[in-house]
Write a protein that binds this ligand. Sequence first.
Ligand code: ADP
Ligand code: TYD
Length: 205
Amino acid sequence: MSAFITFEGIDGSGKSTQAGLLADTLRDTGRDVVLTREPGGSPGAEEIRSLVLEGDPDRWSAETEILLFTAARRDHLERTILPALAQGKVVICDRFADSTRMYQGLSRGDLRGIVDQLHHLMIGREPDLTLLIDMDPAIGLSRAKARQTSEERFEDFGQALQDQMRRGFLELANEFPSRIRVVDGARNTQDVARDVSRIALEYLA
Ligand code: ADP
Ligand code: TYD
């Protein structure tokens, strides 16, 4: 059975780590898994990734970002996600449209309506299951900053943005209770992974 599973949460919450571990767990049970990420996940979308994640925080307006992230997502969907699902694979994606609902829809004014309209028009697909890795933003930001990459545009918006994103993600979990499951990320990697794989295996069963 194909399935589209996404990870969401603030920067540094452990999404990539947990997505990789879940991919290993599902492969061990014999499933065909495609592990991918946003922004990116296809050659064209990876090019857009460097445009949006590098440079000054004010490089793009929120409205322009909505267009760039949605363009990247459309390419990723057409070339990576939908073909894999059509072949019966499990697609695990590190961030998807919920990140646009939060980072572009909330952070610089209320643009959620525009995000949702463009999503409906150009993407029109929600994940089957979303794991929201929740934690105190101070922990997430210190983990993310310790990574030392050039992709720091959003981390450079600072702690206040991360606080707002955490609250927003928890509200989103209430808005989509059948799809989004909240996991406490402020524990060691193995404990978080145990909850993540239990929820995913229950869904797939
Ligand atoms: P995200 O994809 O959400 O930004 P990562 O998986 O890249 O998060 O993790 C951010 C950093 O924190 C990495 O250096 C990772 O090794 C570390 N990390 C991930 N999970 C944990 C955990 N449960 N406890 C401590 N450190 C963690
Ligand atoms: P990511 O590489 O997942 O960062 P991290 O590992 O720090 O969580 O994503 C990079 C940044 O892109 C992250 O700060 C959130 C932002 N982003 C958006 O603003 N909108 C989007 O639609 C997506 C997918 C990501």
